[in-house]
Design a binder for this molecule. Structure first.
Ligand SMILES: *Cc1c(COP(=O)(O)O)cnc(C)c1O
Length: 395
């Protein structure tokens, strides 16, 4: 996923533009900023690149999710259907909106299973938040039609999937809103940053206001703006946005290299009969940040994952044991009720997940190994990687 691998003069130039003006704030200071508006520029370029009407930059992907939930009016008592395989931020954003995360199983796409979502819908379900995990898409067309049929809001967590598409349309642009992260390890990075995108004028207006203390951003004098709602500060700084401007220009190159590198490794692994691959509903739209594959059993996956690490294959993840990405290790979420592990006093709406059981997801994730795809690999490094991997499988 790493845009940080290719920092260079382009990022430096954009940051220096900002430092030269001394204006680190994305709004106002029209005189001193001498026409430098990096956040606006990043937003405009993101809209063009993703084919959407509006993008609002935020201080992180997590805050982008909070902004999207708030703009869509999701709050106290609302149920939001989520997958158990994501980054815990998806769940945090829902809890901090006062809403209730309701977990539905994933399938071999490593993303929400449409049938599981359908079974999980209740009269309180207000939204579904699928996560396009590890750079590739959920069954987003099916999820969208389930949401449309049931009058449920679709918000995409596309934090790991910038540049990914489904049948040519950008991931993040299927739902009412879509969210991206540009944190330090994402496909393109600006240090810390994120974006909420939408085609809906009203949602954009509310998102923009919520992320900046409710300001309506009408007129050119911040001191005279009205507050249209109660918001908070999820603004991005001009310095972070500047890095993003340079990184976004490199996105297509990043995708090309990742796809080429992933293909080489996948071709080699295809010769191993016990290996099957993650189902990617539209392989052409894969952003190719990871290669995920399955072993027949948990025991075999653990064995292979350890052998790969011992063989020096770096960037190899066994998510079932990882404390960021799978619910099994989220004790702070699983024991919320009565545990007081959220700072808010009112825990009435919080569910107890202690006894939550997701055997389908467990059986998928416990057999999954994920290899990170890097940009900087030389041909020799790829060849050596491939021979180490094949060696682990006794070839
Ligand atoms: C990274 C990530 C986030 C949060 O993004 P930050 O910018 O780190 O706050 C949310 N969801 C997923 C799936 C992520 O990978």
């Amino acid at each position: 996923m790493p845009g940080f691998e290719i920092f260079g003069d382009e990022e430096r130039k954009e940051v220096l533009d900002v430092l030269d003006t001394g204006v680190l704030m994305r709004y106002n200071f029209d005189g001193p900023r001498k026409g430098i508006w990096k956040a606006k520029e990043f937003e405009e370029n993101l809209c063009t690149r993703l084919g959407v009407k509006h993008a609002h930059l935020c201080s992180s992907g997590t805050s982008a999710l909070c902004v999207a939930l708030a703009a869509c009016g999701i709050g106290a008592g609302d149920e939001v259907i989520v997958p158990p395989f994501t980054f815990v931020a998806t769940i945090e954003a829902i809890l901090f909106a006062g809403a209730i995360p309701v977990f539905a199983d994933i399938d071999d796409t490593l993303c929400l299973a449409p049938a599981a979502v359908e079974k999980t819908i209740t009269s309180k379900t207000k939204a579904v938040v699928p996560v396009h995990m590890c750079g590739a898409m959920a069954r987003i067309d099916e999820l969208k039609s389930i949401c449309d049929k049931n009058g449920i809001i679709l918000i995409e967590d596309a934090c790991q999937a910038v540049g990914g598409t489904f049948k040519g349309k950008s991931l993040g642009s299927f739902g009412k809103m879509g969210c991206f992260s540009f944190d330090y390890v994402k496909t393109i990075t600006c240090g810390e940053g994120g974006a909420a995108i939408t085609d809906d004028d009203d949602l954009y207006f509310r998102a923009h206001a919520f992320a900046d203390h409710g300001h309506d951003h009408i007129g050119s004098d911040r001191g005279k703006e009205d507050h249209i709602l109660v918001g908070t500060n999820y603004r991005i700084s001009e310095l972070n946005a500047a890095v993003g401007v340079a990184q976004l220009r490199k996105l297509d190159t990043i995708l090309d290299v990742q796809r080429k590198n992933k293909k080489a490794i996948k071709n080699a692994l295809s010769t191993i009969s016990e290996v099957t691959f993650r189902n990617i509903p539209d392989p052409e739209g894969d952003s190719a940040t990871f290669l995920a594959f399955f072993l027949p059993t948990e025991a075999r996956a653990r064995e292979i994952s350890q052998a790969l690490a011992s063989a020096g294959v770096d960037g190899c993840f066994y998510w079932y044991d990882n404390n960021w990405h799978y619910i099994k290790k989220w004790d702070h979420i699983r024991t919320l009720s009565g545990g007081g592990k959220m700072p808010q006093a009112d825990m009435e709406n919080v569910k107890d997940y202690k006894t939550l059981s997701l055997p389908v997801s467990d059986s998928i994730i416990s057999r999954t190994i994920c290899l990170q795809i890097k940009l900087g690999w030389t041909k020799e490094e790829i060849d050596s990687r491939i021979s180490k991997i094949l060696n682990v499988f006794g070839k």
